[in-house]
Ligand binder design. Sequence first.
Ligand SMILES: [Zn+2]
Ligand SMILES: [Zn+2]
Length: 120
Amino acid sequence: MGDPRDAVVLLCKCGKTHKTYGIRTEKLSGKRWNMTWAFPIRESVAKHEGYDKVSVSGDVSMTDEYPGCPYCGQRNITVCECGHISCTVVRGGVFTCEWCGAQGQITDYSGEKIVADVDL
Ligand SMILES: [Zn+2]
Ligand SMILES: [Zn+2]
């Protein structure tokens, strides 16, 4: 409340529990963003708050204090081409987007940094 810094809440879905959580993301400068916190949120509440329409573009990094997914502890997230993010849960080498069901192979993914390139 009253945080002077620019911050948004990105909605993410957990690929293990299929639950929704919010990721508090602070704007550093220009197109750099830092994820600082994750917290469980009900999807209905998130939609009411408009969090499902929030997107960022540019470089998104995680701070050391970023706790990971509140459900499964996963610190890696994957941005789908649909613009939504999910915990990186890979089954048989295939990642499935929790939002749109798209599937893809994950290759050479460090998890240290994601690049979100989403049109508002
Ligand atoms: Zn998770
Ligand atoms: Zn998707």
